[in-house]
Design a protein around this ligand. Structure first.
Ligand SMILES: NC(=O)c1ccc[n+]([C@@H]2O[C@H](COP(=O)([O-])OP(=O)(O)OC[C@H]3O[C@@H](n4cnc5c(N)ncnc54)[C@H](O)[C@@H]3O)[C@@H](O)[C@H]2O)c1
Ligand SMILES: O=C(O)C1=N[C@H](C(=O)O)CCC1
Length: 266
């Protein structure tokens, strides 16, 4: 029998948090010992509409950690809050599994240092969907053969950060295998600021926000007389949950910070 993993979820009432609560309840070797919310402290999740779990709601993460002694924190909140929660989890010896996006390079460096000090596992995954991870891996492969690429990331219009974590991670992976290149015409001008999108190491990233979308990305490579498009679509938030489960299990087996699930997949 697998060892039970005690889990706390931050952001349980959010779009992702609700799916994660379901996952924790449905997974035999996960035990949801508490949730962290900025409202409804002192109540149980089941007091709120749409929940059956009797996990306690805490407004203070430190109180939650002290009382429930969890193994893993799953954070699905907002960029600012997610960073604070990740630091706090590491300080308390709780392994963070972070889906929240919007972490900068310096945030990641700082958290890597803290993880090293604590000697426990931590996972920050801009995208938990297996198809999205493959899209990023395939894009890295293709970048060895195509010098020019642009990334179109498309999300729902309630998203707070741009470019998306997935878009940034894809650009980083591509930049890691190709020579730095300024793309487009050297003398191009933007008649409207932003027309050419954001730029990372010469790679253009375009962020589309529309109601009706969930999470989609197309990576377009251009070569002489040809193009290659690698696309992934998440049509619901359940699509992320097998990755969340995998990340929680993996976080228990490692003692470093892993940024991106592709690093844990063959
Ligand atoms: N890694 C992935 O695969 C993946 C997939 C989808 C979304 N995301 C990211 O996950 C995050 C959440 O996305 P969402 O669509 O569920 O957003 P959402 O706005 O629906 O949910 C965020 C939740 O965080 C809660 N929250 C805010 N402040 C809090 C605090 N101090 N303590 C506890 N909870 C707090 C809010 O009440 C809200 O319920 C975003 O950063 C998003 O980019 C990642
Ligand atoms: O809904 C969101 O917000 C998502 N954000 C991730 C990102 O920033 O890459 C990807 C999945 C959905």
């Amino acid at each position: 029998m697998e060892k039970t993993i005690k889990v706390v979820i931050a952001g349980p009432r959010g779009r992702m948090g609700r799916e994660a609560v379901k996952l924790a309840e449905e997974t035999a070797h996960f035990e949801l010992v508490g949730v962290v919310d900025h409202k409804f402290g002192g109540m149980q999740l089941s007091d709120l509409e749409g929940f059956t779990s009797n996990a306690a709601i805490y407004e203070s993460m430190t109180e939650c950690f002290t009382e429930t002694n969890p193994d893993v924190l799953i954070d699905l909140t907002t960029p600012e809050i997610g960073k604070k929660h990740t630091r706090l989890a590491l300080e308390y010896g709780v392994r963070p599994v972070v889906g929240t996006t919007g972490f900068s390079e310096s945030d990641l460096k700082e958290l890597e240092g803290l993880t090293e000090q604590k000697g426990i596992g931590a996972i920050i995954a801009p995208n938990f969907a297996i198809g999205a991870i493959l899209m990023m891996k395939f894009s890295k492969m293709a970048a060895k053969y195509f010098e020019d690429v642009e990334i179109l990331e498309m999300h729902h219009d309630q998203k707070l950060d741009a470019p998306s974590g997935t878009g940034m991670k894809t650009a980083e992976l591509i930049a890691s295998v190709r020579e730095s290149k300024q793309q487009g015409h050297p003398d191009e001008t933007e008649l409207l600021p932003g027309a050419r999108g954001a730029e990372f190491d010469g790679i253009r990233l375009h962020s589309i926000r529309l109601p009706g979308l969930i999470a989609h990305q197309e990576v377009i490579f251009g070569g002489n007389g040809q193009s290659l498009k690698i696309r992934h679509d998440s049509y619901n938030r359940e699509s992320f949950m097998s990755g969340v489960k995998f990340a929680v299990e993996q976080a228990m087996k490692i003692d470093v910070l892993v940024y991106g699930l592709e690093n844990l997949m063959e």
